[in-house]
Design a protein around this ligand. Structure first.
Ligand SMILES: CC(C)(COP(=O)(O)OP(=O)(O)OC[C@H]1O[C@@H](n2cnc3c(N)ncnc32)[C@H](O)[C@@H]1OP(=O)(O)O)[C@@H](O)C(=O)NCCC(=O)NCCS
Length: 211
């Protein structure tokens, strides 16, 4: 029998769970705990800033009172990137300086994260051709305990309905080619390939369409 997982808006006390969920799903959907000396690093880039930037686009799936999954988004990726560059990244650049001590790097993924913190996110004039049609972007991650029960579908639906109500024309996301499960999930939700990189895909979906 399916477990009753509650999907609700995110709130401040969810933040520590965002970091944990991000880490435990950060290796192409699998647990990345063994790949990081610093367990907070992934969430510093891929989870926490979204809550501070626009908490109204953060939704949580909780089971027995404990957050086990989230969907996080920014409606205008260009504006979000500017905010990252001006507000969020400067203190992190001080905390994770370059060159970063080798003894604090456990894997190529951790090394890549530190260098990401120092790279300015794409400015609006360098945005890809599809950027204006799919201005929002999202991240969705759930711990194994609640995967495969329709919760991802529910989180996606609530976020897309919210974006649609706000007049957002489309949304995109990045996914590793190794994450075949997530690619199948997005395909079923109506996402298609906008761009292909060596190791990943950018997928997009226009709104309105329903999830
Ligand atoms: C990918 C993920 C978000 C999917 O969420 P989920 O709750 O497990 O998926 P759901 O149970 O809501 O499934 C929704 C649909 O996707 C399908 N689906 C789920 N897993 C699938 C798989 N391995 N292969 C094919 N289809 C799959 C389901 O059959 C269902 O189809 P339906 O709409 O016809 O009913 C979730 O598994 C997850 O968080 N994984 C780890 C982190 C991750 O990879 N995040 C994405 C990073 S880009």
């Amino acid at each position: 029998m399916a477990v009753a997982v509650l999907v609700r808006p995110g709130c401040g006390p969810d933040l520590p769970y965002f970091y944990e969920i991000c880490l435990r799903t950060g290796d192409a959907g699998k647990d990345a705990s063994g790949l990081f000396y610093d367990p907070l690093l992934l969430g510093q880039y891929y989870a926490a800033p979204y809550f501070f930037y626009d908490p109204s686009l953060c939704f949580v799936a909780e089971d027995k009172g404990i957050p086990q999954g989230y969907i996080l988004a920014a409606q205008d990726t260009g504006a979000f990137n500017l905010w990252m560059e001006k507000v969020w990244l400067p203190p992190l650049r001080g905390r994770y300086p370059e060159p970063y001590p080798k003894e604090r790097i456990k894997s190529p993924l951790e090394e890549r994260l530190v260098s990401l913190l120092h790279r300015p996110p794409l400015s609006a004039d360098l945005a890809p051709a599809w950027g204006s049609a799919y201005p929002a972007h999202l991240h969705i991650d759930m711990l194994p305990a609640i995967q495969g029960q329709g919760t991802g579908k529910a989180l996606m639906r609530i976020l897309l309905e919210t974006l649609e109500r706000r007049g957002c024309p489309g949304v995109h996301l990045g996914v590793s080619k190794a994450n075949t499960r997530a690619i199948a999930f997005y395909g079923k939700r109506g996402f298609s390939v906008l761009q292909e990189h060596e190791q990943g895909l950018v997928l997009g979906k226009t709104l309105p369409e329903g999830a």
